[in-house]
Design a protein around this ligand. Structure first.
Ligand SMILES: [Zn+2]
Length: 314
Protein backbone atom coordinates (compact mmCIF):
# COMPACT_ATOMS: atom_id res chain seq x y z
CA UNK A 1 0.00 0.00 0.00
CA UNK A 2 2.96 2.29 0.70
CA UNK A 3 4.06 2.47 -2.91
CA UNK A 4 0.88 2.39 -4.92
CA UNK A 5 1.59 1.94 -8.61
CA UNK A 6 -1.10 4.56 -9.24
CA UNK A 7 1.62 7.21 -8.86
CA UNK A 8 3.58 5.79 -11.78
CA UNK A 9 0.58 5.59 -14.10
CA UNK A 10 0.60 8.28 -16.79
CA UNK A 11 -2.63 9.85 -15.58
CA UNK A 12 -5.10 11.15 -18.11
CA UNK A 13 -5.77 14.09 -15.85
CA UNK A 14 -3.32 15.63 -13.45
CA UNK A 15 -4.24 15.45 -9.79
CA UNK A 16 -2.21 15.30 -6.58
CA UNK A 17 -1.50 11.60 -6.15
CA UNK A 18 -0.64 11.96 -2.47
CA UNK A 19 -4.19 13.06 -1.71
CA UNK A 20 -5.64 9.95 -3.24
CA UNK A 21 -3.15 7.67 -1.50
CA UNK A 22 -4.04 9.34 1.78
CA UNK A 23 -7.75 9.04 1.11
CA UNK A 24 -7.45 5.35 0.33
CA UNK A 25 -5.49 4.70 3.48
CA UNK A 26 -8.00 6.56 5.61
CA UNK A 27 -10.97 4.73 4.17
CA UNK A 28 -9.17 1.38 4.41
CA UNK A 29 -8.30 2.04 8.05
CA UNK A 30 -11.89 2.96 8.81
CA UNK A 31 -13.02 -0.31 7.26
CA UNK A 32 -10.61 -2.28 9.45
CA UNK A 33 -11.64 -0.38 12.56
CA UNK A 34 -15.29 -1.03 11.78
CA UNK A 35 -14.71 -4.73 11.99
CA UNK A 36 -14.98 -5.69 8.35
CA UNK A 37 -14.01 -9.35 8.19
CA UNK A 38 -10.38 -9.30 7.19
CA UNK A 39 -10.51 -12.51 5.15
CA UNK A 40 -13.46 -11.45 3.06
CA UNK A 41 -13.82 -8.67 0.52
CA UNK A 42 -16.56 -6.17 1.30
CA UNK A 43 -18.41 -7.30 -1.81
CA UNK A 44 -18.45 -10.96 -0.81
CA UNK A 45 -21.30 -10.50 1.63
CA UNK A 46 -24.91 -9.66 0.76
CA UNK A 47 -24.72 -6.40 2.72
CA UNK A 48 -21.26 -4.96 2.23
CA UNK A 49 -21.96 -1.78 4.20
CA UNK A 50 -19.61 -1.73 7.20
CA UNK A 51 -20.97 -0.61 10.57
CA UNK A 52 -20.20 3.06 11.17
CA UNK A 53 -17.37 3.89 13.53
CA UNK A 54 -19.05 5.76 16.38
CA UNK A 55 -17.92 7.40 19.55
CA UNK A 56 -19.40 6.11 22.82
CA UNK A 57 -21.83 8.68 24.29
CA UNK A 58 -21.07 9.77 27.85
CA UNK A 59 -23.90 9.96 30.43
CA UNK A 60 -24.21 13.68 29.65
CA UNK A 61 -24.72 12.94 26.01
CA UNK A 62 -21.35 14.33 25.00
CA UNK A 63 -19.59 11.91 22.71
CA UNK A 64 -16.23 10.74 23.96
CA UNK A 65 -13.79 8.79 21.87
CA UNK A 66 -13.71 5.05 22.38
CA UNK A 67 -10.54 4.30 24.39
CA UNK A 68 -7.77 2.63 22.45
CA UNK A 69 -6.94 -0.76 24.01
CA UNK A 70 -3.36 -1.45 24.99
CA UNK A 71 -1.58 -4.07 22.90
CA UNK A 72 -1.74 -6.61 25.75
CA UNK A 73 -5.52 -6.22 25.99
CA UNK A 74 -6.07 -6.53 22.26
CA UNK A 75 -7.19 -9.81 20.77
CA UNK A 76 -4.79 -11.08 18.13
CA UNK A 77 -5.92 -9.38 14.94
CA UNK A 78 -7.23 -11.50 12.11
CA UNK A 79 -4.83 -11.53 9.19
CA UNK A 80 -5.60 -8.60 6.93
CA UNK A 81 -6.05 -9.82 3.37
CA UNK A 82 -3.11 -12.16 3.78
CA UNK A 83 -3.52 -13.81 0.41
CA UNK A 84 -1.88 -12.84 -2.83
CA UNK A 85 -1.98 -13.73 -6.50
CA UNK A 86 1.75 -14.45 -6.25
CA UNK A 87 1.12 -17.48 -4.02
CA UNK A 88 -2.26 -19.00 -4.81
CA UNK A 89 -1.03 -22.36 -3.47
CA UNK A 90 -1.22 -20.85 0.01
CA UNK A 91 -4.89 -19.87 -0.29
CA UNK A 92 -7.10 -21.40 2.40
CA UNK A 93 -8.51 -24.94 2.34
CA UNK A 94 -11.88 -23.58 1.21
CA UNK A 95 -10.20 -22.78 -2.13
CA UNK A 96 -9.34 -26.43 -2.80
CA UNK A 97 -12.83 -27.82 -3.56
CA UNK A 98 -14.04 -29.53 -6.72
CA UNK A 99 -16.19 -26.67 -8.06
CA UNK A 100 -13.72 -23.81 -8.17
CA UNK A 101 -13.52 -20.87 -10.58
CA UNK A 102 -12.38 -19.75 -13.01
CA UNK A 103 -12.63 -22.91 -15.05
CA UNK A 104 -11.76 -23.14 -18.75
CA UNK A 105 -14.93 -22.81 -20.83
CA UNK A 106 -14.76 -25.22 -23.74
CA UNK A 107 -17.53 -26.39 -26.03
CA UNK A 108 -17.83 -30.12 -25.54
CA UNK A 109 -20.39 -32.75 -26.49
CA UNK A 110 -21.46 -33.01 -22.85
CA UNK A 111 -22.73 -29.43 -22.79
CA UNK A 112 -26.36 -28.35 -22.88
CA UNK A 113 -27.14 -25.86 -25.67
CA UNK A 114 -30.41 -23.94 -25.79
CA UNK A 115 -31.77 -20.67 -27.14
CA UNK A 116 -31.19 -17.54 -25.07
CA UNK A 117 -28.97 -14.52 -24.60
CA UNK A 118 -27.48 -12.28 -21.96
CA UNK A 119 -30.40 -9.94 -22.55
CA UNK A 120 -32.85 -12.56 -21.27
CA UNK A 121 -31.04 -12.52 -17.91
CA UNK A 122 -30.84 -8.78 -17.38
CA UNK A 123 -33.87 -7.15 -15.75
CA UNK A 124 -35.24 -4.46 -18.10
CA UNK A 125 -34.97 -1.71 -15.51
CA UNK A 126 -31.47 -2.57 -14.38
CA UNK A 127 -29.43 0.57 -13.70
CA UNK A 128 -26.27 0.64 -11.67
CA UNK A 129 -25.58 3.16 -8.93
CA UNK A 130 -22.28 2.18 -7.39
CA UNK A 131 -19.63 3.71 -5.14
CA UNK A 132 -15.89 3.14 -5.59
CA UNK A 133 -14.37 1.47 -2.54
CA UNK A 134 -10.84 0.23 -1.72
CA UNK A 135 -10.64 -3.51 -2.00
CA UNK A 136 -7.87 -6.08 -1.75
CA UNK A 137 -4.20 -5.03 -2.02
CA UNK A 138 -4.80 -1.60 -3.49
CA UNK A 139 -7.53 -2.64 -5.90
CA UNK A 140 -10.82 -0.80 -6.26
CA UNK A 141 -14.33 -2.27 -6.40
CA UNK A 142 -17.64 -0.50 -6.96
CA UNK A 143 -20.29 -1.27 -4.37
CA UNK A 144 -24.03 -0.87 -4.83
CA UNK A 145 -25.84 1.98 -3.15
CA UNK A 146 -29.42 0.95 -2.47
CA UNK A 147 -31.19 -0.69 -5.39
CA UNK A 148 -28.87 -1.54 -8.30
CA UNK A 149 -31.24 -3.71 -10.25
CA UNK A 150 -31.18 -7.44 -10.65
CA UNK A 151 -30.33 -10.28 -12.93
CA UNK A 152 -32.28 -13.55 -13.26
CA UNK A 153 -30.33 -16.77 -13.17
CA UNK A 154 -32.01 -20.16 -12.87
CA UNK A 155 -35.38 -18.37 -12.83
CA UNK A 156 -34.44 -16.59 -9.63
CA UNK A 157 -33.88 -12.84 -9.17
CA UNK A 158 -30.46 -11.81 -7.84
CA UNK A 159 -29.89 -8.26 -6.55
CA UNK A 160 -26.70 -6.67 -7.89
CA UNK A 161 -24.28 -5.74 -5.11
CA UNK A 162 -20.93 -4.90 -6.68
CA UNK A 163 -18.82 -4.65 -9.77
CA UNK A 164 -15.07 -5.11 -10.20
CA UNK A 165 -12.47 -5.95 -12.83
CA UNK A 166 -9.70 -8.44 -13.45
CA UNK A 167 -6.72 -8.03 -15.80
CA UNK A 168 -6.20 -10.22 -17.74
CA UNK A 169 -9.43 -12.22 -17.92
CA UNK A 170 -9.87 -15.07 -15.45
CA UNK A 171 -12.03 -17.23 -17.72
CA UNK A 172 -10.92 -18.53 -21.08
CA UNK A 173 -13.26 -19.55 -23.89
CA UNK A 174 -12.02 -22.43 -26.03
CA UNK A 175 -8.51 -21.71 -24.83
CA UNK A 176 -8.58 -17.96 -25.43
CA UNK A 177 -7.76 -15.55 -22.61
CA UNK A 178 -8.68 -11.88 -23.09
CA UNK A 179 -7.21 -8.63 -21.75
CA UNK A 180 -9.78 -7.92 -19.06
CA UNK A 181 -12.87 -9.35 -17.37
CA UNK A 182 -15.75 -7.54 -15.67
CA UNK A 183 -17.61 -9.19 -12.79
CA UNK A 184 -21.04 -8.01 -11.65
CA UNK A 185 -21.84 -9.85 -8.43
CA UNK A 186 -25.42 -10.40 -7.28
CA UNK A 187 -27.19 -12.13 -4.40
CA UNK A 188 -30.53 -13.96 -4.28
CA UNK A 189 -32.82 -13.73 -1.25
CA UNK A 190 -31.53 -17.14 -0.10
CA UNK A 191 -27.93 -15.92 -0.16
CA UNK A 192 -26.98 -17.70 -3.39
CA UNK A 193 -24.57 -15.75 -5.57
CA UNK A 194 -24.57 -15.23 -9.33
CA UNK A 195 -21.84 -13.41 -11.23
CA UNK A 196 -22.30 -11.87 -14.69
CA UNK A 197 -19.00 -11.80 -16.50
CA UNK A 198 -18.01 -9.89 -19.63
CA UNK A 199 -14.68 -10.28 -21.43
CA UNK A 200 -12.78 -7.45 -23.14
CA UNK A 201 -9.86 -7.16 -25.53
CA UNK A 202 -7.81 -4.15 -26.57
CA UNK A 203 -9.61 -2.17 -29.25
CA UNK A 204 -11.60 1.03 -29.40
CA UNK A 205 -12.41 3.34 -26.48
CA UNK A 206 -15.36 2.07 -24.42
CA UNK A 207 -17.39 5.02 -23.08
CA UNK A 208 -18.88 3.15 -20.13
CA UNK A 209 -15.48 1.76 -19.17
CA UNK A 210 -14.30 5.37 -19.23
CA UNK A 211 -17.01 6.36 -16.73
CA UNK A 212 -16.05 3.40 -14.57
CA UNK A 213 -12.38 4.40 -14.62
CA UNK A 214 -13.29 7.96 -13.66
CA UNK A 215 -15.31 6.73 -10.66
CA UNK A 216 -12.53 4.37 -9.56
CA UNK A 217 -9.82 7.00 -10.01
CA UNK A 218 -11.74 9.58 -7.99
CA UNK A 219 -13.22 7.14 -5.43
CA UNK A 220 -16.56 8.50 -6.57
CA UNK A 221 -19.96 7.24 -7.68
CA UNK A 222 -20.90 5.63 -10.97
CA UNK A 223 -24.45 5.82 -12.25
CA UNK A 224 -25.49 4.27 -15.52
CA UNK A 225 -28.50 2.91 -17.33
CA UNK A 226 -29.64 -0.50 -18.51
CA UNK A 227 -29.21 0.65 -22.13
CA UNK A 228 -25.58 1.66 -21.58
CA UNK A 229 -24.84 -1.53 -19.65
CA UNK A 230 -26.21 -3.66 -22.44
CA UNK A 231 -24.52 -1.63 -25.16
CA UNK A 232 -21.05 -1.21 -23.67
CA UNK A 233 -20.55 -3.99 -21.11
CA UNK A 234 -22.48 -6.81 -22.79
CA UNK A 235 -21.88 -6.07 -26.50
CA UNK A 236 -25.53 -5.22 -27.12
CA UNK A 237 -26.76 -8.03 -24.83
CA UNK A 238 -28.19 -9.94 -27.79
CA UNK A 239 -25.26 -12.29 -27.42
CA UNK A 240 -24.76 -15.78 -26.12
CA UNK A 241 -23.21 -16.87 -22.85
CA UNK A 242 -22.00 -19.88 -20.93
CA UNK A 243 -23.56 -20.75 -17.56
CA UNK A 244 -21.90 -23.05 -15.03
CA UNK A 245 -21.56 -23.69 -11.29
CA UNK A 246 -18.35 -22.46 -9.69
CA UNK A 247 -16.92 -20.36 -6.89
CA UNK A 248 -15.69 -16.93 -5.90
CA UNK A 249 -12.28 -16.47 -7.52
CA UNK A 250 -10.75 -14.96 -4.36
CA UNK A 251 -10.63 -16.34 -0.81
CA UNK A 252 -12.74 -17.71 0.78
CA UNK A 253 -13.56 -19.14 -2.71
CA UNK A 254 -17.14 -19.94 -1.69
CA UNK A 255 -18.69 -22.57 -3.98
CA UNK A 256 -22.26 -22.87 -5.27
CA UNK A 257 -22.08 -19.74 -7.42
CA UNK A 258 -23.81 -19.45 -10.79
CA UNK A 259 -21.45 -18.00 -13.41
CA UNK A 260 -22.76 -16.34 -16.57
CA UNK A 261 -19.90 -15.58 -18.98
CA UNK A 262 -20.65 -13.76 -22.24
CA UNK A 263 -19.22 -15.27 -25.42
CA UNK A 264 -18.87 -12.05 -27.43
CA UNK A 265 -15.71 -10.12 -26.54
CA UNK A 266 -16.07 -6.37 -25.85
CA UNK A 267 -13.36 -3.80 -26.36
CA UNK A 268 -11.58 -0.98 -24.57
CA UNK A 269 -8.57 1.09 -25.61
CA UNK A 270 -4.96 0.38 -24.69
CA UNK A 271 -4.97 3.43 -22.43
CA UNK A 272 -8.10 2.19 -20.68
CA UNK A 273 -6.55 -1.24 -20.16
CA UNK A 274 -3.40 0.27 -18.64
CA UNK A 275 -5.48 2.54 -16.43
CA UNK A 276 -7.60 -0.40 -15.28
CA UNK A 277 -4.55 -2.45 -14.41
CA UNK A 278 -3.09 0.48 -12.44
CA UNK A 279 -6.35 0.71 -10.48
CA UNK A 280 -6.13 -3.04 -9.88
CA UNK A 281 -2.91 -2.49 -7.93
CA UNK A 282 -0.53 -2.46 -10.90
CA UNK A 283 -0.31 -6.23 -11.07
CA UNK A 284 -2.28 -9.00 -12.71
CA UNK A 285 -5.24 -10.10 -10.61
CA UNK A 286 -6.46 -13.23 -12.36
CA UNK A 287 -6.64 -16.50 -10.49
CA UNK A 288 -5.19 -19.46 -12.43
CA UNK A 289 -7.68 -21.77 -14.17
CA UNK A 290 -9.19 -24.45 -11.96
CA UNK A 291 -9.87 -28.09 -12.77
CA UNK A 292 -13.44 -28.58 -14.13
CA UNK A 293 -13.76 -32.04 -12.49
CA UNK A 294 -16.45 -33.08 -14.96
CA UNK A 295 -18.58 -29.93 -14.71
CA UNK A 296 -20.52 -29.16 -17.87
CA UNK A 297 -21.62 -25.82 -19.25
CA UNK A 298 -25.04 -24.66 -20.38
CA UNK A 299 -24.61 -22.48 -23.45
CA UNK A 300 -27.32 -19.94 -24.30
CA UNK A 301 -27.16 -19.18 -28.01
CA UNK A 302 -29.01 -16.40 -29.82
CA UNK A 303 -29.52 -18.19 -33.12
CA UNK A 304 -29.92 -21.67 -31.72
CA UNK A 305 -32.06 -23.72 -34.09
CA UNK A 306 -31.92 -27.07 -32.41
CA UNK A 307 -28.56 -27.98 -33.83
CA UNK A 308 -25.12 -27.59 -32.34
CA UNK A 309 -23.91 -26.02 -35.58
CA UNK A 310 -25.89 -22.88 -34.68
CA UNK A 311 -23.20 -22.19 -32.11
CA UNK A 312 -21.02 -20.37 -34.63
CA UNK A 313 -23.12 -17.22 -34.32
CA UNK A 314 -22.65 -16.83 -30.56
ZN1 LIG B 1 -14.00 -11.11 -9.63
Amino acid sequence: MASRPRTTYPARRRRPSTFLVGAVLVVASAGAAAGVRADREPWQTPDPTPAPVTATPSPTGTPTPTPTPTPSATKPAEPVNDWSYGNTAAWPATCKGNSQSPMPLRHTDADVVKPGSVSSLLAPAMALSLTATPSHAGTVALLCKGDCGEIRVGGKPHAIKNMHWHTPSEHTIDGRRTAAELHIVSFAADGKIAVMSALFDQGTVNPLVENTLDAMEDMADLSTTAEDIKAHFFSGADVGCGVYKGSLTTPPCTEGLSWVVTTKIGSMSRRQLRHLQALNGGHENARPLQEPYGRSIEWLEVNFAGSRSARAGA
